[in-house]
Ligand binder design. Structure first.
Ligand code: NAG
Length: 335
């Protein structure tokens, strides 16, 4: 009798433990995490480029060349790509020669032989999405890392990469002649709500001094595509609630810096990796608009505990615009 009661007790304890375990694990952010800390005693230095894969044409090679020069000067740790990695329709498979023609054989400078952290753009979704996510590409060129959504932990800064293409209604309701590869996204609504939940909890749990979110699509932009309302409604409240410093995107083929008055968030477009849309710009509040450049180029960031220096460059390597963000005002004055 005694032993059967204690057996039942043990069973109950085990059951409770299992249930607790399941609850805890399911509430933990599920975004994959990669660590890329800065070199000892140094800032974390990186380049950001977007909308690039055109086999070197439309000044892609000129941009690549200048990235190599700036990359060397800053001794960069890695490169971030804001998506639309391969035009017009992503990759056809993991053996698509475009991987070499638009990436491996273009970004050849020694300084660019670092990890490339990529998200997918809408053009990438028009091809074989699995191909870009495939480890086969990483075997062909170990720089390549592409996931739909993930966290890049640089200790002082965390980058939260968000798969923004599935948010855009038009690609589902009015795809035109484009064929999107939604495998892994359907059913769409649970995919989006899971993703938002994961991004929110990852941001909330982050202990990093700097929090930056990276996605392909524009949120605030005076460019051709302009503001993407789906993201304004669904993602921006999460950015605001978690004191995100910047949202970094491509999609509009320009270089752009907007400081939103309401939130203070910096909206940064680095989508000048190849074809530019000269003259395609809408009016914008000049108090918020710090730069709109309708040619090609890229961006660098140098991040320390207390400062982030950000610079936009054109195809000749000229500085178009630079600014510094500071965390010093957050420091409690020491006595
Ligand atoms: C390449 O960049 C130069 C300088 O900005 C520009 O004048 C030229 O039109 C660009 N070429 C293409 C094909 O976009």
């Amino acid at each position: 009798m005694v032993s059967s009661i204690s057996q039942r007790m043990v069973l109950r304890v085990v059951l409770v433990a299992v249930v607790l375990c399941l609850l805890v694990t399911s509430s933990i952010a599920e975004l994959p995490r990669f660590k890329h800390p800065p070199k000892p005693q140094q800032s974390l230095n990186l380049l950001v480029v977007g909308d690039w894969g055109r086999k070197g044409t439309h000044n892609q090679s000129l941009v690549a060349n200048q990235m190599g020069i700036v990359g060397k000067k800053l001794d960069i740790d890695f490169v971030i790509s804001t998506g639309d990695n391969f035009y017009e329709d992503g990759l056809k498979g993991d053996d698509d020669p475009a991987f070499y023609e638009s990436f491996v054989d273009i970004y050849t400078a020694p300084s660019l032989q670092k990890k490339w952290y990529n998200v997918l753009g809408n053009h990438d979704y028009r091809g074989d999405v699995q191909a870009q996510l495939s480890p086969v590409l990483n075997l062909k060129d170990s720089r390549w890392l592409c996931l739909r959504s993930f966290i890049l932990d640089g200790e002082i800064v965390e980058f939260f990469f968000v798969d923004t293409t599935p948010f855009v209604d038009e690609y589902f309701t009015d795809p035109g002649e484009h064929d999107y590869d939604w495998e892994g996204v359907f059913p769409r609504l649970p995919y989006l709500s899971e993703l938002l939940k994961d991004v929110n909890s990852a941001l909330a749990q982050s202990k990093a001094k700097w929090k930056m979110v990276v996605g392909h699509h524009t949120i605030n932009s005076a460019g051709h595509h302009g503001n993407i309302e789906e993201l304004k409604h669904q993602l921006v409240p999460i950015l605001e609630a978690n004191n995100v410093d910047a949202y970094i995107n491509g999609h509009d083929h320009c270089l752009q810096h907007i400081i939103e008055k309401k939130s203070g968030i910096h909206f940064i477009t680095s989508g000048g990796g190849s074809k530019a849309w000269t003259g395609d710009v809408k009016p914008w509040n000049l108090e918020e608009m710090k730069l709109y450049y309708d040619g090609q180029g890229f961006m660098s960031m140098q991040i320390t505990e207390n400062n982030a220096d950000i610079i936009f460059y054109d195809v000749f390597g000229n500085t178009l615009h630079s600014w510094s963000l500071s965390k010093d005002h957050n420091v409690v004055a020491s006595i």
